[in-house]
Design a protein around this ligand. Structure first.
Ligand code: NAD
Length: 468
């Protein structure tokens, strides 16, 4: 079994302490994760600080070329990375699983390489010239979750590096290995110190948040941890981008065709086993369509194969970790005892793997845990409504505001409802689609700032205005 090491200043660094990373499909040990000490973190930050003056001075065209080389490396090692990702995260190779995630990582890197940060001219006349420049910030600390470890690492690291910053990344203790391997590979095409990886337990995230050698934090994870990160980062006045939890609502309008929308509704909710920040987590359906929408979803679910992700036949895998598995189990049991009708799933099979079947729960409503809390698992509560205005109000009565959707045969009607949802991204007859040129981020407790596109890139810069 492989023992992984940190990567600091272009060199592998062994640690004294390690812990085992388990395959959620089998319980087998995938590899051993290094545990970085405070001294290791200091060394990583020092390396990134040393690399910053050189990297930030590299001409833009060269930095773009370097980011394209990062994309090339991902492309060349796609199968190796996908397999490691499947083994530690659980998501299947196939379907919208590991290969899908790796393709996304390559695509996001390439798009980000193509972005520009042009000088904006604010004034240019006989009285003078005023220019707005975008400058890199310094060392960026990146803290990532376990649901899309490679893709989210790329979302953090690539724009930071593209803009001229240097990075210290810390993956989730549940899924550190694919990130460590990714960083090793990316270091073959980057100068030493530009991208460093430290790994360990949650306390390492706290150390990163408080580190005075880091100028900006980009954090993706739960709203609870995001609040702690922001509080800690305040002492050193770090800039923060926070991509946090979601409890996205979808509203089916009375003229929708249940059979026509079932597939997109299903994958909006169950992509990555529901372990997706902007998955559909509450579905509001009008009385008149309620049974037909439930039936169509259950029928679609019956054709979706779940099992060990290394088997190409499967397109859903296990829940990633025991804590999340227990949370999903508890939410479904709570719904059942409060009158929820389990239309499919609802009980995990015996076995070493953390498999929880696709579960659709009817006759539940706001005020129940399964509706009010982010399930972050393969569970969708379907909530009945009588009046669209009421459905919109209930959709918005959440502390979260990541995504939302409206579904109708009349696109304009759905567009009008979607626009009234309090969320960073609103979809019409779809849920969860993202793209590298469209900014993505949450409102309310779902986050601060955006990723992707020019606006996402700008978050890794400060403004300098030059008057001449
Ligand atoms: P989490 O908050 O438990 O952990 C995220 C990361 O924070 C991990 O690397 C963890 O080690 C680290 N961490 C833990 N305690 C810390 C502390 N005190 N200070 C600094 N870092 C600390 O989240 P998770 O369970 O890994 O991920 C699931 C959550 O992430 C869900 O709520 C999901 O919606 C959210 N998420 C959001 C987005 C988005 O773009 N908005 C994307 C993916 C996941």
């Amino acid at each position: 079994m492989k023992r992984y090491e940190l990567l600091i200043d272009g060199k592998a660094v062994a640690t004294a302490d390690h812990f085992a990373v388990h395959d959620p499909a089998t319980g087998a040990v995938v590899g051993e994760c290094p545990v970085a000490t405070r001294a290791d973190l200091d060394a990583a930050v020092a390396a990134a600080r040393r690399a910053f003056p050189l990297w930030s001075a590299v001409p833009d065209a060269e930095r773009k070329a370097a980011v394209n080389r990062m994309a090339d490396v991902i492309h060349a090692h796609m199968e190796e990375l996908a397999e490691l990702l499947t083994r530690e995260q659980g998501k299947p190779l196939n379907g919208m699983g590991s290969r899908f995630e790796l393709h996304g990582a390559e695509g996001w890197a390439r798009h980000t390489a193509s972005l520009d940060l042009p000088v904006e001219v604010i004034q240019d006349d006989a009285k003078g010239r005023v220019e707005l420049h975008r400058k890199p910030l310094g060392v960026v600390g990146s803290i990532t979750p376990w649901n899309f470890p490679v893709l989210i690492a790329i979302w953090h690291v690539v724009p930071a590096i593209r803009a001229g910053n240097t990075v210290v990344i810390k993956p989730s203790p549940y899924t550190p290995l694919s990130t460590i391997r990714l960083v090793e590979l990316l270091n073959t095409v980057l100068p030493a110190g530009v991208l460093n990886v430290v790994a360990g337990r949650d306390d390492l995230g706290q150390m990163i948040s408080e580190h005075d050698g880091i100028q900006k934090l980009v954090f993706t994870g739960s709203s609870a941890t995001g609040r702690r990160v922001m509080r800690t980062a305040a002492d050193t006045l770090k800039r923060v981008t926070l991509e946090l939890g979601g409890n996205d609502a979808g509203i089916v309008l009375p003229d929708a065709d249940p059979e026509a929308i079932a597939e997109k509704l299903f994958w909006g909710a169950f992509i990555n086993n529901g372990q997706t920040c902007a998955a559909l987590k509450r579905l509001y359906v009008p009385d008149a369509l309620y049974d037909r929408v439930c039936d169509a979803l259950v029928r679609y679910a019956a054709g979706v194969a779940m099992g060990n992700g290394l088997d190409e036949a499967n397109i859903l895998g296990p829940i990633q970790n025991r804590m999340q598995f227990d949370k999903v189990t508890a939410l479904v049991e709570d719904a059942r005892t409060r009158g929820g009708r389990i239309l499919c799933g609802g009980a995990a099979p015996e076995g070493p793997g953390l498999f929880y079947p696709v579960t659709i729960v009817a006759d539940v409503t706001d005020g129940m845990r399964i509706v009010d809390e982010e399930q972050f698992g393969p569970v969708l509560p379907v909530i009945r409504y009588h009046d669209v205005e009421d459905a919109i109000a209930r959709a918005n009565a959440s502390e979260n505001g990541l995504g939302g959707s409206a579904w109708s045969a009349d696109v304009d009607r759905a567009r009008a409802v979607a626009g009234r949802l309090e969320c960073g991204t609103a979809w019409v007859n779809n849920h969860g689609a993202i793209r590298p040129d469209a900014p993505f981020g949450g409102v309310k407790a779902s986050g601060i700032g955006v990723e992707f596109g020019r606006q996402g890139l700008e978050e890794y810069t400060s403004i300098q205005v030059v008057h001449q």
